[in-house]
Design a protein around this ligand. Sequence first.
Ligand code: SF4
Ligand code: SF4
Ligand code: SF4
Length: 265
Amino acid sequence: MCELCLQHGEGKKWYEVMRNYSQELYSQNNREKYAQEFIANSQTSMLPMIEKMAEMKKHKPALYRPYRSIGTRYMKRNHIGQVVPLEDALQVLERAQSITRIPCVCRSAIKGVKNARYCFALGMDPFKVFGGFPELKGSLEVLTLEQAKALVAQFDQEGLVHSIWTFKTPFIGALCNCDQDCMAYKSTVSLEVMEVMYKAEYLAHIDPAECVGCRNCMKYCQFGAIEYSSLDQKCCVNLEKCYGCGLCRSGCKKDAVSIEAKALF
Ligand code: SF4
Ligand code: SF4
Ligand code: SF4
């Protein structure tokens, strides 16, 4: 289990605890102000900072290490994420006090696309949070639970990884649906400069008796966690690399892929 479950899970997964979605929690600790500042930073300084850290890691590793540790501690306190498979993402939506479809701030910062609406704000008032950004604010849309669930299921079919995000931990304020145009992916997976996104509480498993080695599942894995053996003519999961997103299941016509929960304690 992850640190978040240990600290905020009350003996279960931390995102199963209703308090972590509550308006009482949201109203504390200047969370709304933090969310406003986060949106501003995401559009200006975040991507350059990630790229600068990647440069430092390469050329000045001794200088980079303390930055990594300070940055990681800061993100754990304020804005940390965890991958969740579709079934848990749908349950997260059921626990949220309100759901608003919002533009993806990463795709805006990385690709300059301002209305890529892949994210959901949970229990926050995004009309206030995005107030200072007319170009982003224009596409906000309050959703019913059923509308939100249908969209997340559609994003899953499109191969997007679901993740939940805190705004001042442990308040869960967003459900994201991402590909690799994601600052969290860059930071944690591709550039490995800071760990800001935890793996899911699951691991994928491929049943060798059912696998016919077509390799279709590999196309669905954004984390490079599925390996093919030409000797066996089968695929298997690299458990060190697997993020437990469950997307590889969509790629398998033989029903050979499943996800299994990690032991909680
Ligand atoms: S975490 Fe994913 S969906 Fe959320 S803002 Fe970043 S790329 Fe967009
Ligand atoms: S898609 Fe299914 S059958 Fe094909 S390689 Fe992957 S696990 Fe095996
Ligand atoms: S192996 Fe499957 S569950 Fe694991 S990261 Fe890749 S797509 Fe996600």
